[in-house]
Design a protein around this ligand. Structure first.
Ligand SMILES: C[S@@+](CC[C@H](N)C(=O)[O-])C[C@H]1O[C@@H](n2cnc3c(N)ncnc32)[C@H](O)[C@@H]1O
Length: 221
């Protein structure tokens, strides 16, 4: 199934348009690059996951495009579209088979042009998205945080460095697993400032703080 349709003479070569009325260009998924140990393999998801995870600390967003990285069957993507009705939401997953379910669950919102799904790697956004794309928020829910303990500091830094250019200034990066962390893009300091979390950097024991490798990588520990 084609991931998107449309054409425009000004589009970069090999890119296609994802939304009809937004200048969001993407190109077909090509596996490779990032080490496989970064990928959380399970696809389990559930309804109301976003609100139940972040609750009252969800940031206000009044427009722009949200990326749901590792959307699985699209339940979080649809929930984000409900929580942020003035935003468009793109759900991506490395696994094409779950995206069939995502398109089924999000049928109405897809037809209304509020959401879109795409096979893409959230850890290497530059392989799929044009570098002109800026998201107002990027959610990594129940994937990256389950793998950070298996990754070296430079590997985590590489994922964050590849993600950051795709956030608009003051855009949010939201990570969740057992714990959650909300970061805001900032040109000062390490490039991100902490907005909210359920575990501060000094929470002990460190082994039970799944956020610690991220804090350490950003120099926030
Ligand atoms: C446990 S599910 C989480 C689904 C949903 N985000 C939630 O929180 O309910 C994890 C999903 O992340 C996907 N995933 C893992 N690494 C990914 C990556 N680098 N880019 C895109 N998807 C990824 C997996 O294929 C899987 O479908």
């Amino acid at each position: 199934m084609p991931i998107a349709s449309g054409s425009n003479a000004n589009a970069p070569a090999k890119f296609v348009r994802l939304f009809k009325d937004e200048n969001l260009w993407v190109r077909p998924y090509a596996p490779g690059g990032q080490s496989r140990k970064a990928y959380h393999p399970l696809i389990a998801t559930c309804k109301n996951r976003v609100a139940q995870t972040f609750g009252s600390v969800l940031p206000p967003l009044n427009g722009g495009i949200i990326l749901d990285a590792g959307c699985s069957m699209g339940l979080t993507t649809c929930e984000l579209a409900d929580l942020y009705p003035h935003c468009k939401v793109v759900g991506i997953d490395v696994k094409e088979d779950v995206l069939g379910w995502a398109r089924f669950h999000g049928k109405d919102k897809l037809e209304a042009g509020q959401i879109a799904f795409l096979q893409a790697d959230g850890y290497q956004l530059g392989r799929s998205f044009s570098y002109s794309v800026r998201f107002s928020a990027i959610f990594f829910m129940n994937n990256l945080l389950y793998r950070v303990r298996h990754l070296q500091g430079p590997e985590i830094k590489d994922i964050l460095d590849q993600t950051r250019p795709f956030l608009q200034e003051n855009g949010y990066l939201l990570l969740s697993g057992v714990d959650y962390l909300i970061l805001k893009k900032d040109d000062c300091k390490s490039g991100f400032v902490k907005v909210a979390s359920n575990k501060p950097p000094d929470s002990q024991p460190r082994l039970l703080n799944s956020l610690y490798p991220i804090y350490a990588c950003l120099g926030l520990a």
